[in-house]
Design a protein around this ligand. Sequence first.
Ligand code: NAD
Length: 293
Amino acid sequence: MAEIAFIGLGTMGLPMARNLLRGGHTVAGFDLNPEALAQHRRHGGTVTASAAEAAQGATFVFTMLPTGADIRSALFDPGGAVEGMTSETLVIDMSTIHPGECDRLRADLAARSIAMIDAPVGRSSAHAHSGELLIMAGGEPDDLERARPLLALLGDPIVDCGGPGMGARLKIVNNFMSIGLNVLTAEALTLAEASGLEVPLTIEVLSGTAAGQGHMQTTYPAKALAGDLTPGFMVALAAKDLRLALELGAELQVPLAVGQAAQGPYQQALDAGRGGLDWSAIYLMVRELAGLD
Ligand code: NAD
């Protein structure tokens, strides 16, 4: 049975710690909030007065905290978890933090011969309760394998993202896209409603096109990723249709901030003489601008 410390018993951490308990493990919890500790105790966990005390004798130390600064504080401040750790301890950080800070935390732990994996999660607090999180794991292969039986109590799939820090990176990329799409989706459905369309009908129709199915599933594999930029749908026509939508939005007083921002790359592609290429050429243009081949 693994001895586990769990630091950060909030919206996500509390149900995750509970799933580790349900897996038959002992879980020493620590949180700055006494109510969180009381809940963890009610779930059958033990509670401690400091992160150091929680980590004492633990083989695995989980952190599920708001920010990188919180993790640094919970690990390295006086009374921090490292005081209770040995070289046998594996730190499993499941928070969403800046990848650079994740790298620095790993390096600072490594200086004390303590290994760390990053394993941030996708999906929601409901999935934290049901043990169905999507886990984006980054770490040395041996460390990932050590952690895998515990991670399996928290979610599925457990994706090996390709090395230390890569889980933290994939999590940021994932959230960038879903958070940006949230606004674009809100703009599209509001434009539909303001135009007099039924929102359920709009959702049904958009679910059958690249709008709802996503470019990663449709246009990119068929065109840009296949090295084929002969136009299925031309950049110039896409730019024209975007302009039509923005004009309609202006007439109906629908704010379309993401739509307006998208005009920039389309104009750039037109200015570069790429109007006749497939619209997935936008992807290749952004890669070029980022200095990627
Ligand atoms: P939360 O604010 O509900 O919980 C954080 C807990 O950490 C709190 O109970 C707080 O008291 C405790 N805490 C803060 N600093 C501490 C310290 N130094 N020592 C001990 N305890 C400390 O946050 P959450 O929603 O559980 O999110 C945790 C992490 O998971 C965040 O990085 C978040 O971005 C990420 N995340 C959240 C969700 C979600 O749906 N809530 C989904 C995926 C990922």
